[in-house]
Design a binder for this molecule. Sequence first.
Ligand code: NAP
Length: 539
Amino acid sequence: MGNAGQEGAVTRLDVVVVGAGFGGMVAIYKFREMGLKIQGFEAGSDVGGVWYWNRYPGARVDLPSIDYSFGFSREVEQEWTWSEEFAAQPELLRYINFVADRLSLRPHIQFNTRVESAVWDEARQLWVVRTNQGQVFEATYCVMATGPLSVPTDPDIPGLKSFKGELLRAARWPHEPVQFAGKRVGIIGTGSTGIQIVQDIGPKSGELYVFQRTPSFSMPMRNRQLTPDFVAEVKRHYPALREAARNSPNGGLRPASTRAFFSVSKAQRESLLEDAWKQGGLAMLGTFSDLLFNAEANEQVAEFVRSKIDDVVKDPATAEKLKPRGYPIFARRPCLDSSYYETYNLPTVHLVDCLNEEKILEITETGVRTSQRHIELDMLILATGYDGLTGALLAFEVRGRDGHTVNEKWKHGAYSHLGLMMHGFPNLFMTTGPNGPAALANIIRISEHDVEWIGKLITHMAEHGHRTVEPSQKAEDDWMQLVQDLAKRTLVSQAKTWYVGANVKDKPLGLTLFTGGFPKYREYCALAAQDGYKPYLLA
Ligand code: NAP
């Protein structure tokens, strides 16, 4: 790109897009179609976001691939063929690369580049964006497609830096193959990521020590190869499937129910749960309508899932330790597995209960010291999660009107309007931002929706001669009140998760997700756009 953006050769753009994961790719495609001058930036060396970074063994999507894929391009839908119901990371990355090539997105993205600051210039009404390559860009609009899960967190355990063996992070997995055979491997973290790694490397490792603090609820994925007939049928019906997904509460093709748990007999409930268990995937979540609202119903489903662990894990003491207790099922992201619990029947796989039995005291040069013993390790894997929803925007300097930063604005918790914009940050947009449905609905449907909405607003501004837009303080306050009121009704608030910021030291606690369902969210966004964008200050 020659001297684009170098100091003294500032590049003037319509839109800067930060991030080339799903959200960034949709944004770049859409804004190019609108004829805008765009530039995307991506820290990784290629497209893919979370699927670029998370190359860990066993990485796999937990939504059906046909649903977890772009719906904005008929060509892509027809030309790409998924092989499995739940695609593994290599196939997902091939798909993302296919999309980038097919739609010629790559020329608009500068890779290996971090945006170091985005500063609003009030006098000139534009964003000044600086990169770690020493470049400067100026843009009317800034779109942060930085993703809800892009900043991994290390565990707060003394001695981490002293470990002299192989230290691997799930979210920054090496591109080269990793050998486990004959090695003493430890893994910290048993969320969606840890579970996928354990079931994959358990049989491959010399010894595997799983350091579990909070057990997760995991259900059978029951993955399958997709037949040519099934794929052909899906391709014929993609538009209707996308529409159905958009109109479902979770923005996806997942089962949903209007049946309350206690509205049917005990025998019927058990039969429905058994059916869902056999069906696999997230079918359990769709058996009853009130599982996230009725604590008693939730506990009965939790007990059903716990009982399934006894059916698989041979050692009763290990089975007991694996049973999640003390928080509602589905309040953490429910995990899907193929052989997670079976893995604990291997004599070489050891569960270390670091919540009730042996707390991790420190990481040493050669392993992990618990309150009971020292466990010698050749390799330590961290699957300890992310600074979710807000981490990415807090990780660099984003400075809005009057020099105020996002860090200052979010000091007491993420504050936004519709998860799309913030008062005090004119012409700055987020895709899948905090206080939208982010983690609770299909992230690709949300990204497409958000970009579509942003595109319409930009068009509206061009048509009406506006140069700046931001939500009014009142609009933002009203939205946050609604998000908080809805959060009080759901059991999702009751677990210590990244959804509520409980996994990051000193992070303000609170559920920064819109829990009213994706169709309602879309309605609110459409309403905000009605009658000339009333909740917005347009100038
Ligand atoms: P996570 O759900 O936040 O789990 C992190 C794990 O690390 C937890 O078990 C946590 O225990 C543990 N941990 C953190 N610090 C620790 C410490 N000091 N000592 C011991 N244990 C510690 O993170 P994740 O598994 O990476 O998943 C994050 C999200 O990514 C998921 O919720 C999901 O949305 C997404 N994801 C999706 C897929 C998929 O599509 N299949 C796969 C992977 C991830 P505590 O709970 O006790 O803190």
